[in-house]
Write a protein that binds this ligand. Structure first.
Ligand SMILES: [Zn+2]
Length: 406
């Protein structure tokens, strides 16, 4: 599970870098990364996520809605599949929307769901198809879009209508007034609302918002940032962001929960319970690390106009099976992604550079000084520079970043 969650995060970051649009809720079941990205001209899109506190009867309604949406998803998929197999013809989104009207007559319970929400379900099928054909075209061998099993449909999306909000409630069409804590105000124009059920059965509302960023003057200060296991990050001026203590304790409780899970016999209630505990620990880790990434990147962006990181997509091409390392990778990915997003908001820039030799090269004379992971000090026999190894790397990273900008 950890592999897949963290791979998803890395994938999300790559997508963001490519500038493609993100599917909230669908792409990443948890945690939701609150990413800002530029849409066009000066308009930016941003997501705000809040925890919802539905009553018992509202949970029942939400669950029913998800189940109806799952049915529409699977039937739309089946329809497109059959038409393709029997007539070698692909159905458009528009055609499926028209058929939906007929389905509503045959199955009155569909009327219990807001019409835009159902249309969005069909749009998701359409996107799944488009992604599939794009990959086929690129010569890959992707899996055919899949049917959603029971309990595997986790989110619904409203497009601009069907919901209203006041200070403490979110009113959803056909569901009711849900209690919500708006811990920070929404700024901008709301474009979509996605209601998500997390893997631990918590409910969230994600608003996707368009806004025009304020044109703050750009700061001139520059820094290189080296991320590592020893300290979370080291800046080129030698200052460090230490790993908070909860990193270690969370990893220990995850390892413990996973041990218990692997010991539990398949198909037993113990196993089910153990799996639930693992999911909870994962969620806690993801949330705490996300908060940490928000705080630390905020500090960086407040201080520097240009921030240079290593491109971790180059560094970590190989899959990592070591748990602590894979969690750390995910944390650095979050940290860099969120820094990019916050920098974008205030008109600062984030540069990613090739990590080759950043830790081996001497930042003063440029010679290669070989060292192993356990060598904590860079000591150059050529020019005599003695420096913390991570700071030496951070200075190299900063230099590469500035060079890449010409
Ligand atoms: Zn040197």
């Amino acid at each position: 599970m950890s592999e897949c969650l963290y791979a998803k995060l890395a994938n999300l970051r790559r997508k963001q870098a490519e500038g493609s649009s993100l599917q909230w809720g669908d792409e990443c079941r948890q945690p939701t990364l609150l990413i800002t990205y530029r849409l066009y001209n000066n308009i930016m899109r941003k997501a705000y996520r809040y925890r919802l506190y539905p009553s018992k009867s509202q949970v029942t309604l939400l669950e029913q809605t998800l189940e109806i949406c799952r049915w529409v998803y699977n039937d739309t998929l089946a329809l497109r599949k059959d038409t393709w197999e029997q007539e070698q013809r692909s159905i458009s989104l528009y055609e499926t929307n028209k058929i939906l009207t007929q389905w509503k007559k045959d199955r009155p319970e569909l009327k219990r769901v807001h019409s835009q929400v159902l249309q969005n379900v069909q749009m998701r099928v359409d996107l799944a198809y488009k992604a599939y054909f794009q990959r086929v075209k690129a010569g890959e061998k992707p899996g055919y879009p899949r049917f959603k099993g029971k309990g595997r449909y986790d989110s619904i999306t409203y497009k601009q209508s069907g919901f209203k909000l006041d200070e403490v409630h979110l009113c959803l069409s056909k569901i009711g007034d849900l209690r919500v804590v708006f811990h920070r105000p929404i700024k901008g124009t709301i474009k979509t609302l996605t209601i998500q059920r997390s893997s631990t059965e918590k409910w969230y509302a994600s608003f996707s918002v368009d806004y025009e960023p304020s044109s703050a003057p750009q700061k001139v200060a520059v820094t290189g940032v080296d991320v590592g296991l020893e300290s979370f990050a080291t800046l080129s001026d030698g200052s460090k962001i230490e790993n908070p203590r909860f990193f270690r304790t969370d990893e220990k409780s995850l390892a413990k929960a996973q041990r218990r899970l692997s010991k539990a016999e398949k198909g037993t209630p113990e196993r089910k319970k153990a799996r639930k505990i693992v999911a909870h620990v994962h969620e806690r880790i993801a949330n705490r690390r996300l908060n940490f990434a928000h705080q630390t990147s905020r500090q960086l962006v407040n201080q520097f106009g240009t921030i240079v990181f290593e491109d971790l997509n180059i560094k970590n091409m190989q899959k990592n099976h070591h748990l602590a390392k894979s969690i750390a990778d995910a944390s650095w990915n979050m940290f860099i992604t969120i820094s990019q997003s916050k920098a974008e908001e205030v008109g600062s820039r984030v540069i990613l550079v090739n990590p080759k030799n950043t830790s081996q090269q001497c930042s003063k004379c440029g010679m290669i000084v070989a060292k192993t992971l356990s060598d904590r000090v860079h000591s150059c026999p050529h020019c005599g520079l003695v420096m913390d190894r991570d700071q030496n790397a951070a200075i190299n990273i900063m230099r590469l970043g500035l060079q890449s900008q010409g």
